[in-house]
Design a protein. Sequence first.
Length: 488
Amino acid sequence: MTDMTDIRFDAMDLDTLAEVTGAIAVFVEEDGTLSAGAKAVDDLAGGSVTRVVSSKGFASAKAGDLRSVNFPAGLAADLVLVVKAGPQDDPAAARKLGGKLAVAQKDSALTVLAGDRADLSDIALGLVLRGYRFTDHKTDKGKDQGPVSLRSDTPEEAAKAARTGMAVAEGIYFTRDLINAPGNVLTTDDFAARLAAMQDLGLEVEILEEDELKRLGMGALLAVGQGSEAPSKVVVMQWNGGGDAAPFALVGKGVTFDTGGISIKPGAGMEDMTMDMGGAGTVAGVMRTLALRKAKANVVGLVGLVENMPDGRAYKPGDVVTSMKGDTIEVINTDAEGRLVLADVLWYAQDRFKPTGIIDLATLTGAMLVALGHERAGVFGNSDALAEDFLAACAAEGEGAWRMPMGSAYDKIIDSHIADVKNSGGRMAGSITAAQFLGRFVKDDVPWCHLDIAGTASRSSATDLAPKGATGWGVLALNRLIADRFES
Ligand code: BES
Ligand code: MN
Ligand code: ZN
Protein backbone atom coordinates (compact mmCIF):
# COMPACT_ATOMS: atom_id res chain seq x y z
CA MET A 1 0.00 0.00 0.00
CA THR A 2 1.11 3.55 -0.65
CA ASP A 3 2.83 4.90 2.48
CA MET A 4 0.71 7.25 4.52
CA THR A 5 1.97 10.70 5.36
CA ASP A 6 4.45 10.66 8.23
CA ILE A 7 2.41 12.81 10.62
CA ARG A 8 3.01 13.49 14.32
CA PHE A 9 1.25 15.46 17.02
CA ASP A 10 3.83 17.33 19.09
CA ALA A 11 3.93 19.91 21.85
CA MET A 12 4.19 23.57 20.79
CA ASP A 13 7.85 24.01 21.89
CA LEU A 14 8.50 27.53 20.60
CA ASP A 15 12.02 27.60 22.09
CA THR A 16 13.59 25.54 19.30
CA LEU A 17 11.66 27.28 16.50
CA ALA A 18 14.71 28.95 14.97
CA GLU A 19 16.24 25.53 14.22
CA VAL A 20 13.13 24.01 12.57
CA THR A 21 13.87 23.24 8.90
CA GLY A 22 11.53 23.00 5.93
CA ALA A 23 8.25 24.87 6.05
CA ILE A 24 6.46 26.39 9.05
CA ALA A 25 2.75 27.21 8.97
CA VAL A 26 1.31 29.84 11.30
CA PHE A 27 -2.19 31.20 11.82
CA VAL A 28 -3.34 34.82 11.72
CA GLU A 29 -6.95 35.82 12.40
CA GLU A 30 -8.91 37.60 9.69
CA ASP A 31 -8.67 40.82 11.74
CA GLY A 32 -4.88 40.52 11.70
CA THR A 33 -4.40 39.12 15.21
CA LEU A 34 -1.32 36.91 15.35
CA SER A 35 -1.62 33.50 17.06
CA ALA A 36 1.10 32.57 19.58
CA GLY A 37 2.98 30.61 16.91
CA ALA A 38 2.71 33.45 14.39
CA LYS A 39 4.02 35.88 17.00
CA ALA A 40 6.98 33.67 17.82
CA VAL A 41 7.90 33.34 14.13
CA ASP A 42 7.40 37.08 13.63
CA ASP A 43 9.78 37.85 16.51
CA LEU A 44 12.50 35.55 15.16
CA ALA A 45 12.06 36.61 11.56
CA GLY A 46 12.32 40.34 12.03
CA GLY A 47 8.62 41.15 11.67
CA SER A 48 8.08 39.20 8.42
CA VAL A 49 4.68 37.90 9.47
CA THR A 50 3.55 41.40 10.41
CA ARG A 51 4.63 42.58 6.97
CA VAL A 52 2.59 39.84 5.31
CA VAL A 53 -0.43 40.76 7.44
CA SER A 54 -0.21 44.43 6.49
CA SER A 55 0.19 43.62 2.76
CA LYS A 56 -2.47 43.98 0.06
CA GLY A 57 -2.07 40.25 -0.61
CA PHE A 58 -3.24 39.41 2.90
CA ALA A 59 -6.11 41.90 2.72
CA SER A 60 -7.38 40.29 -0.48
CA ALA A 61 -6.90 36.72 0.83
CA LYS A 62 -9.96 34.73 1.86
CA ALA A 63 -10.24 32.71 5.05
CA GLY A 64 -8.18 29.55 4.56
CA ASP A 65 -5.83 31.10 2.00
CA LEU A 66 -2.05 30.92 2.41
CA ARG A 67 0.55 33.63 1.85
CA SER A 68 4.21 32.70 1.89
CA VAL A 69 7.50 34.16 3.02
CA ASN A 70 10.47 32.51 1.28
CA PHE A 71 13.88 32.10 2.94
CA PRO A 72 13.02 34.22 5.99
CA ALA A 73 15.95 35.77 7.85
CA GLY A 74 16.37 34.54 11.44
CA LEU A 75 14.96 31.06 10.78
CA ALA A 76 16.50 27.83 9.54
CA ALA A 77 13.20 27.19 7.75
CA ASP A 78 13.01 27.94 4.00
CA LEU A 79 9.36 28.85 3.94
CA VAL A 80 6.80 30.38 6.27
CA LEU A 81 3.18 29.79 5.30
CA VAL A 82 0.89 32.40 6.82
CA VAL A 83 -2.66 31.06 7.04
CA LYS A 84 -5.50 33.57 7.08
CA ALA A 85 -7.47 31.62 9.63
CA GLY A 86 -11.22 31.17 9.38
CA PRO A 87 -13.63 29.86 12.00
CA GLN A 88 -12.59 26.63 13.73
CA ASP A 89 -15.96 24.90 13.52
CA ASP A 90 -15.95 24.14 9.80
CA PRO A 91 -14.50 20.67 9.14
CA ALA A 92 -14.71 21.04 5.37
CA ALA A 93 -12.72 24.28 5.46
CA ALA A 94 -10.13 22.73 7.79
CA ARG A 95 -9.66 19.71 5.48
CA LYS A 96 -9.33 22.01 2.49
CA LEU A 97 -6.69 24.02 4.35
CA GLY A 98 -4.83 20.79 5.14
CA GLY A 99 -4.93 20.01 1.43
CA LYS A 100 -3.42 23.41 0.57
CA LEU A 101 -0.65 22.91 3.11
CA ALA A 102 0.17 19.49 1.59
CA VAL A 103 0.48 21.09 -1.86
CA ALA A 104 2.58 23.98 -0.51
CA GLN A 105 4.99 21.81 1.49
CA LYS A 106 5.84 19.55 -1.48
CA ASP A 107 8.62 17.30 -0.20
CA SER A 108 9.79 19.61 2.61
CA ALA A 109 9.15 18.87 6.24
CA LEU A 110 6.18 20.86 7.51
CA THR A 111 5.69 22.15 11.03
CA VAL A 112 2.23 23.52 11.79
CA LEU A 113 2.06 25.80 14.83
CA ALA A 114 -1.58 25.12 15.64
CA GLY A 115 -1.57 26.12 19.34
CA ASP A 116 -5.12 25.92 20.64
CA ARG A 117 -6.88 25.41 17.31
CA ALA A 118 -9.85 23.07 17.63
CA ASP A 119 -9.85 21.87 14.01
CA LEU A 120 -6.44 20.21 13.92
CA SER A 121 -7.79 16.71 13.26
CA ASP A 122 -9.49 17.91 10.08
CA ILE A 123 -6.39 19.83 9.01
CA ALA A 124 -4.47 16.58 9.53
CA LEU A 125 -6.97 14.63 7.44
CA GLY A 126 -6.65 17.12 4.59
CA LEU A 127 -2.85 16.94 4.76
CA VAL A 128 -2.89 13.16 4.50
CA LEU A 129 -5.55 12.90 1.79
CA ARG A 130 -4.04 15.53 -0.50
CA GLY A 131 -0.53 14.23 0.15
CA TYR A 132 -1.31 10.85 -1.47
CA ARG A 133 1.09 9.97 -4.33
CA PHE A 134 0.66 6.85 -6.47
CA THR A 135 4.15 5.85 -7.55
CA ASP A 136 3.88 2.04 -7.74
CA HIS A 137 4.77 2.03 -11.44
CA LYS A 138 7.33 4.83 -11.59
CA THR A 139 10.97 3.78 -11.80
CA ASP A 140 11.91 7.10 -10.26
CA LYS A 141 9.57 7.37 -7.30
CA GLY A 142 10.46 11.02 -6.79
CA LYS A 143 10.41 12.38 -3.27
CA ASP A 144 7.78 11.60 -0.67
CA GLN A 145 5.56 14.21 0.90
CA GLY A 146 7.70 15.63 3.70
CA PRO A 147 7.05 14.63 7.31
CA VAL A 148 4.48 16.69 9.18
CA SER A 149 4.69 17.85 12.79
CA LEU A 150 1.42 19.29 14.08
CA ARG A 151 2.24 21.29 17.16
CA SER A 152 -0.58 21.76 19.59
CA ASP A 153 -1.09 23.01 23.15
CA THR A 154 -2.80 19.66 23.78
CA PRO A 155 -1.01 17.13 21.53
CA GLU A 156 -2.43 14.00 23.22
CA GLU A 157 -6.01 15.16 22.79
CA ALA A 158 -5.32 16.29 19.24
CA ALA A 159 -3.84 12.89 18.35
CA LYS A 160 -6.83 11.15 19.88
CA ALA A 161 -9.29 13.33 18.00
CA ALA A 162 -7.48 12.56 14.75
CA ARG A 163 -7.56 8.78 15.19
CA THR A 164 -10.82 8.08 13.35
CA GLY A 165 -9.80 10.38 10.53
CA MET A 166 -6.50 8.55 10.14
CA ALA A 167 -8.33 5.20 9.94
CA VAL A 168 -10.56 6.63 7.22
CA ALA A 169 -7.53 8.08 5.43
CA GLU A 170 -5.89 4.65 5.38
CA GLY A 171 -9.10 3.17 3.96
CA ILE A 172 -9.09 5.87 1.28
CA TYR A 173 -5.43 5.19 0.42
CA PHE A 174 -6.30 1.52 0.04
CA THR A 175 -9.24 2.34 -2.24
CA ARG A 176 -7.15 4.73 -4.33
CA ASP A 177 -4.33 2.20 -4.75
CA LEU A 178 -6.84 -0.38 -6.01
CA ILE A 179 -8.55 2.03 -8.41
CA ASN A 180 -5.28 3.47 -9.73
CA ALA A 181 -3.74 0.04 -10.33
CA PRO A 182 -3.52 -1.02 -14.00
CA GLY A 183 -5.59 -3.92 -15.26
CA ASN A 184 -2.63 -6.21 -15.88
CA VAL A 185 -1.50 -5.76 -12.28
CA LEU A 186 -4.82 -5.74 -10.44
CA THR A 187 -6.14 -8.99 -11.87
CA THR A 188 -8.96 -10.79 -10.12
CA ASP A 189 -6.34 -12.97 -8.39
CA ASP A 190 -4.31 -9.98 -7.24
CA PHE A 191 -7.42 -8.11 -6.06
CA ALA A 192 -8.57 -11.11 -4.03
CA ALA A 193 -5.09 -11.50 -2.51
CA ARG A 194 -5.05 -7.85 -1.41
CA LEU A 195 -8.43 -8.37 0.26
CA ALA A 196 -7.37 -11.64 1.88
CA ALA A 197 -4.40 -9.82 3.42
CA MET A 198 -6.89 -7.76 5.45
CA GLN A 199 -7.46 -10.82 7.61
CA ASP A 200 -4.50 -9.50 9.59
CA LEU A 201 -6.69 -6.58 10.64
CA GLY A 202 -9.35 -8.90 12.07
CA LEU A 203 -11.63 -9.08 9.04
CA GLU A 204 -12.97 -12.49 8.06
CA VAL A 205 -12.27 -12.86 4.34
CA GLU A 206 -13.55 -15.66 2.08
CA ILE A 207 -12.82 -16.08 -1.61
CA LEU A 208 -15.48 -17.91 -3.63
CA GLU A 209 -13.94 -19.41 -6.77
CA GLU A 210 -15.63 -20.23 -10.07
CA ASP A 211 -16.69 -23.79 -9.21
CA GLU A 212 -18.43 -22.50 -6.11
CA LEU A 213 -20.08 -19.67 -8.06
CA LYS A 214 -21.32 -22.25 -10.59
CA ARG A 215 -22.73 -24.36 -7.78
CA LEU A 216 -24.53 -21.27 -6.44
CA GLY A 217 -26.02 -20.63 -9.88
CA MET A 218 -24.38 -17.27 -10.53
CA GLY A 219 -24.90 -17.52 -14.30
CA ALA A 220 -25.03 -13.75 -14.82
CA LEU A 221 -21.71 -12.95 -13.11
CA LEU A 222 -19.98 -15.95 -14.67
CA ALA A 223 -21.16 -14.99 -18.17
CA VAL A 224 -19.31 -11.67 -17.90
CA GLY A 225 -16.03 -13.32 -16.95
CA GLN A 226 -16.15 -16.27 -19.31
CA GLY A 227 -14.25 -14.53 -22.11
CA SER A 228 -11.32 -13.75 -19.83
CA GLU A 229 -8.30 -15.78 -18.75
CA ALA A 230 -8.75 -14.27 -15.29
CA PRO A 231 -10.92 -16.40 -13.02
CA SER A 232 -14.11 -14.75 -11.77
CA LYS A 233 -14.45 -14.51 -8.01
CA VAL A 234 -16.68 -13.23 -5.26
CA VAL A 235 -14.91 -12.04 -2.13
CA VAL A 236 -16.79 -11.78 1.17
CA MET A 237 -15.35 -9.58 3.93
CA GLN A 238 -17.02 -9.65 7.32
CA TRP A 239 -16.47 -7.22 10.15
CA ASN A 240 -18.28 -8.39 13.25
CA GLY A 241 -17.86 -5.65 15.84
CA GLY A 242 -21.52 -5.40 16.79
CA GLY A 243 -22.54 -8.61 18.58
CA ASP A 244 -25.29 -10.82 17.18
CA ALA A 245 -27.17 -8.26 15.10
CA ALA A 246 -27.80 -9.02 11.41
CA PRO A 247 -25.23 -7.19 9.30
CA PHE A 248 -25.51 -4.26 6.97
CA ALA A 249 -24.21 -5.18 3.49
CA LEU A 250 -21.98 -3.28 1.09
CA VAL A 251 -21.78 -4.68 -2.43
CA GLY A 252 -19.29 -3.58 -5.07
CA LYS A 253 -18.81 -3.96 -8.83
CA GLY A 254 -15.27 -5.17 -9.40
CA VAL A 255 -14.65 -5.30 -13.15
CA THR A 256 -10.85 -5.22 -13.19
CA PHE A 257 -10.96 -4.15 -16.83
CA ASP A 258 -13.98 -3.44 -19.03
CA THR A 259 -13.27 -3.72 -22.75
CA GLY A 260 -17.01 -3.87 -23.36
CA GLY A 261 -16.62 -7.51 -24.42
CA ILE A 262 -18.02 -8.44 -27.85
CA SER A 263 -19.92 -5.10 -27.80
CA ILE A 264 -16.43 -3.66 -27.66
CA LYS A 265 -15.81 -0.06 -26.58
CA PRO A 266 -14.15 2.46 -28.89
CA GLY A 267 -10.37 2.67 -28.42
CA ALA A 268 -10.21 6.31 -27.32
CA GLY A 269 -10.32 6.46 -23.57
CA MET A 270 -10.69 2.72 -23.09
CA GLU A 271 -7.66 2.81 -20.78
CA ASP A 272 -9.85 4.53 -18.20
CA MET A 273 -11.71 1.26 -17.70
CA THR A 274 -9.00 0.12 -15.30
CA MET A 275 -11.14 1.99 -12.75
CA ASP A 276 -14.21 -0.15 -13.42
CA MET A 277 -13.62 -1.95 -10.15
CA GLY A 278 -14.20 1.32 -8.28
CA GLY A 279 -17.27 0.05 -6.45
CA ALA A 280 -15.40 -2.98 -5.15
CA GLY A 281 -12.39 -0.81 -4.30
CA THR A 282 -14.58 1.52 -2.27
CA VAL A 283 -16.24 -1.33 -0.38
CA ALA A 284 -12.75 -2.66 0.42
CA GLY A 285 -11.62 0.74 1.72
CA VAL A 286 -14.66 1.04 3.98
CA MET A 287 -14.08 -2.47 5.36
CA ARG A 288 -10.45 -1.58 6.05
CA THR A 289 -11.50 1.57 7.87
CA LEU A 290 -14.07 -0.29 9.99
CA ALA A 291 -11.44 -2.84 11.00
CA LEU A 292 -8.78 -0.21 11.74
CA ARG A 293 -11.08 1.75 14.01
CA LYS A 294 -12.66 -1.41 15.46
CA ALA A 295 -16.17 -0.27 14.62
CA LYS A 296 -18.96 -1.47 16.91
CA ALA A 297 -21.07 -2.62 13.99
CA ASN A 298 -21.65 -5.72 11.87
CA VAL A 299 -20.94 -5.02 8.24
CA VAL A 300 -20.35 -7.46 5.40
CA GLY A 301 -18.64 -6.34 2.21
CA LEU A 302 -19.15 -8.42 -0.93
CA VAL A 303 -17.41 -7.79 -4.24
CA GLY A 304 -17.80 -9.45 -7.61
CA LEU A 305 -14.43 -9.62 -9.39
CA VAL A 306 -14.41 -10.26 -13.14
CA GLU A 307 -12.70 -9.10 -16.30
CA ASN A 308 -14.86 -8.29 -19.35
CA MET A 309 -13.02 -9.46 -22.48
CA PRO A 310 -13.94 -10.41 -26.07
CA ASP A 311 -12.87 -13.96 -26.91
CA GLY A 312 -14.02 -17.16 -28.57
CA ARG A 313 -15.68 -18.16 -25.33
CA ALA A 314 -17.03 -14.72 -24.47
CA TYR A 315 -20.74 -14.15 -23.90
CA LYS A 316 -22.53 -12.49 -26.80
CA PRO A 317 -25.39 -10.12 -27.50
CA GLY A 318 -28.55 -12.21 -27.76
CA ASP A 319 -27.42 -14.76 -25.18
CA VAL A 320 -29.80 -15.57 -22.37
CA VAL A 321 -28.25 -16.23 -18.97
CA THR A 322 -29.82 -17.38 -15.72
CA SER A 323 -29.10 -15.47 -12.53
CA MET A 324 -28.72 -16.95 -9.06
CA LYS A 325 -32.16 -15.57 -8.25
CA GLY A 326 -33.54 -17.66 -11.12
CA ASP A 327 -34.57 -14.74 -13.33
CA THR A 328 -33.42 -15.08 -16.94
CA ILE A 329 -31.59 -12.18 -18.58
CA GLU A 330 -31.37 -11.39 -22.28
CA VAL A 331 -27.98 -9.89 -23.05
CA ILE A 332 -28.52 -6.95 -25.39
CA ASN A 333 -25.09 -5.46 -24.89
CA THR A 334 -22.08 -7.16 -23.35
CA ASP A 335 -20.85 -3.72 -22.25
CA ALA A 336 -23.74 -3.51 -19.77
CA GLU A 337 -21.86 -6.07 -17.67
CA GLY A 338 -21.70 -4.42 -14.25
CA ARG A 339 -25.39 -4.97 -13.58
CA LEU A 340 -25.00 -8.69 -14.39
CA VAL A 341 -22.23 -8.99 -11.84
CA LEU A 342 -24.16 -7.06 -9.21
CA ALA A 343 -27.41 -9.00 -9.81
CA ASP A 344 -25.79 -12.19 -8.55
CA VAL A 345 -23.78 -10.63 -5.73
CA LEU A 346 -26.83 -8.71 -4.48
CA TRP A 347 -28.87 -11.90 -4.46
CA TYR A 348 -26.16 -13.87 -2.72
CA ALA A 349 -25.79 -11.14 -0.08
CA GLN A 350 -29.51 -11.29 0.75
CA ASP A 351 -29.76 -15.07 0.54
CA ARG A 352 -26.85 -15.70 2.89
CA PHE A 353 -26.77 -12.76 5.28
CA LYS A 354 -30.37 -11.46 5.53
CA PRO A 355 -28.89 -7.95 5.89
CA THR A 356 -30.76 -5.07 7.54
CA GLY A 357 -29.98 -2.99 4.48
CA ILE A 358 -27.75 -2.94 1.40
CA ILE A 359 -25.77 -0.28 -0.37
CA ASP A 360 -24.17 -1.18 -3.66
CA LEU A 361 -21.52 0.88 -5.39
CA ALA A 362 -20.61 0.68 -9.05
CA THR A 363 -19.00 2.58 -11.88
CA LEU A 364 -22.15 1.50 -13.68
CA THR A 365 -23.05 3.89 -16.48
CA GLY A 366 -21.50 6.53 -18.71
CA ALA A 367 -24.92 8.19 -18.54
CA MET A 368 -24.16 9.06 -14.90
CA LEU A 369 -21.30 11.27 -16.09
CA VAL A 370 -23.63 12.96 -18.54
CA ALA A 371 -26.18 13.62 -15.79
CA LEU A 372 -24.02 14.71 -12.85
CA GLY A 373 -20.45 14.97 -14.13
CA HIS A 374 -17.64 14.33 -11.67
CA GLU A 375 -19.13 16.34 -8.82
CA ARG A 376 -21.83 14.04 -7.50
CA ALA A 377 -22.66 10.37 -7.51
CA GLY A 378 -26.20 9.23 -8.30
CA VAL A 379 -28.19 7.81 -5.38
CA PHE A 380 -30.98 5.38 -6.31
CA GLY A 381 -32.99 2.98 -4.22
CA ASN A 382 -36.20 1.70 -2.67
CA SER A 383 -35.88 3.35 0.75
CA ASP A 384 -36.28 7.07 1.36
CA ALA A 385 -34.98 6.64 4.91
CA LEU A 386 -31.73 4.99 3.83
CA ALA A 387 -31.21 7.40 0.93
CA GLU A 388 -31.78 10.40 3.20
CA ASP A 389 -29.40 9.05 5.83
CA PHE A 390 -26.78 8.48 3.19
CA LEU A 391 -27.24 11.94 1.67
CA ALA A 392 -26.90 13.45 5.16
CA ALA A 393 -23.64 11.53 5.66
CA CYS A 394 -22.39 12.79 2.28
CA ALA A 395 -23.25 16.38 3.20
CA ALA A 396 -21.46 16.06 6.55
CA GLU A 397 -18.34 14.65 4.88
CA GLY A 398 -18.33 16.93 1.85
CA GLU A 399 -18.87 14.13 -0.68
CA GLY A 400 -21.17 15.05 -3.58
CA ALA A 401 -24.30 12.96 -4.11
CA TRP A 402 -27.74 13.48 -5.62
CA ARG A 403 -30.95 11.47 -5.37
CA MET A 404 -32.16 10.10 -8.68
CA PRO A 405 -35.66 8.86 -9.51
CA MET A 406 -36.85 5.29 -10.06
CA GLY A 407 -40.28 3.92 -10.95
CA SER A 408 -42.28 1.29 -12.80
CA ALA A 409 -42.42 3.32 -16.02
CA TYR A 410 -38.63 3.04 -16.22
CA ASP A 411 -38.82 -0.62 -15.33
CA LYS A 412 -40.93 -1.45 -18.40
CA ILE A 413 -38.06 -0.30 -20.61
CA ILE A 414 -36.02 -3.35 -19.61
CA ASP A 415 -38.73 -5.98 -20.11
CA SER A 416 -37.55 -8.61 -22.60
CA HIS A 417 -39.61 -10.51 -25.19
CA ILE A 418 -37.74 -13.75 -24.73
CA ALA A 419 -36.46 -13.60 -21.13
CA ASP A 420 -37.51 -12.02 -17.83
CA VAL A 421 -35.43 -8.90 -18.26
CA LYS A 422 -32.87 -7.46 -20.67
CA ASN A 423 -29.57 -5.94 -19.63
CA SER A 424 -29.90 -2.69 -21.55
CA GLY A 425 -32.75 -0.30 -22.13
CA GLY A 426 -30.77 1.84 -24.55
CA ARG A 427 -29.49 5.38 -24.13
CA MET A 428 -32.46 7.16 -22.64
CA ALA A 429 -32.39 7.34 -18.83
CA GLY A 430 -29.48 4.93 -18.98
CA SER A 431 -28.48 5.28 -15.32
CA ILE A 432 -32.06 4.86 -14.14
CA THR A 433 -32.77 1.75 -16.21
CA ALA A 434 -29.52 0.28 -14.88
CA ALA A 435 -30.77 0.93 -11.35
CA GLN A 436 -34.15 -0.61 -12.23
CA PHE A 437 -32.31 -3.72 -13.40
CA LEU A 438 -30.53 -3.99 -10.04
CA GLY A 439 -33.81 -3.36 -8.22
CA ARG A 440 -35.20 -6.57 -9.70
CA PHE A 441 -32.58 -8.44 -7.68
CA VAL A 442 -33.41 -6.77 -4.37
CA LYS A 443 -36.19 -8.13 -2.19
CA ASP A 444 -39.03 -5.66 -1.53
CA ASP A 445 -38.53 -5.59 2.22
CA VAL A 446 -34.79 -4.94 2.13
CA PRO A 447 -33.83 -1.24 2.30
CA TRP A 448 -31.43 -0.71 -0.58
CA CYS A 449 -29.43 2.09 -2.16
CA HIS A 450 -27.49 1.95 -5.38
CA LEU A 451 -24.65 4.45 -5.85
CA ASP A 452 -23.52 5.04 -9.42
CA ILE A 453 -19.97 6.32 -8.95
CA ALA A 454 -18.92 6.33 -12.62
CA GLY A 455 -18.18 10.07 -12.35
CA THR A 456 -16.84 10.41 -8.83
CA ALA A 457 -14.49 7.41 -8.47
CA SER A 458 -11.68 8.89 -10.52
CA ARG A 459 -10.93 12.34 -11.88
CA SER A 460 -8.72 13.72 -14.61
CA SER A 461 -7.46 16.62 -12.49
CA ALA A 462 -6.61 17.21 -8.85
CA THR A 463 -9.25 18.28 -6.32
CA ASP A 464 -8.89 19.95 -2.91
CA LEU A 465 -8.32 16.58 -1.25
CA ALA A 466 -6.95 14.30 -3.96
CA PRO A 467 -4.37 14.37 -6.73
CA LYS A 468 -5.41 13.42 -10.26
CA GLY A 469 -6.74 9.86 -10.46
CA ALA A 470 -8.71 7.83 -7.92
CA THR A 471 -10.52 9.89 -5.29
CA GLY A 472 -11.71 7.34 -2.75
CA TRP A 473 -15.15 8.95 -2.97
CA GLY A 474 -17.63 7.31 -0.61
CA VAL A 475 -15.33 5.92 2.05
CA LEU A 476 -15.86 8.93 4.32
CA ALA A 477 -19.65 9.02 3.87
CA LEU A 478 -20.17 5.26 4.24
CA ASN A 479 -17.99 5.15 7.34
CA ARG A 480 -20.07 7.96 8.81
CA LEU A 481 -23.35 6.33 7.83
CA ILE A 482 -22.32 3.15 9.63
CA ALA A 483 -21.15 5.10 12.70
CA ASP A 484 -24.37 7.12 12.83
CA ARG A 485 -26.73 4.18 12.20
CA PHE A 486 -25.15 1.51 14.35
CA GLU A 487 -22.70 3.07 16.79
CA SER A 488 -24.44 6.05 18.34
N1 BES B 1 -18.07 0.65 -16.91
C1 BES B 1 -19.01 1.21 -17.81
C2 BES B 1 -19.54 2.56 -17.33
C3 BES B 1 -18.57 3.69 -17.22
C4 BES B 1 -18.37 4.58 -18.25
C5 BES B 1 -17.88 3.90 -16.04
C6 BES B 1 -17.50 5.62 -18.12
C7 BES B 1 -17.00 4.95 -15.91
C8 BES B 1 -16.80 5.83 -16.95
C9 BES B 1 -20.19 0.26 -17.96
O1 BES B 1 -19.90 -1.08 -17.83
C10 BES B 1 -20.74 0.48 -19.32
O2 BES B 1 -20.04 0.21 -20.24
N2 BES B 1 -21.98 0.93 -19.39
C11 BES B 1 -22.61 1.16 -20.65
C12 BES B 1 -24.02 0.65 -20.55
C13 BES B 1 -24.76 0.60 -21.87
C14 BES B 1 -24.11 -0.42 -22.79
C15 BES B 1 -26.20 0.23 -21.61
C16 BES B 1 -22.59 2.66 -20.90
O3 BES B 1 -22.70 3.43 -19.97
O4 BES B 1 -22.42 3.04 -22.05
MN1 MN C 1 -19.27 -1.92 -19.69
ZN1 ZN D 1 -18.25 -1.57 -16.72
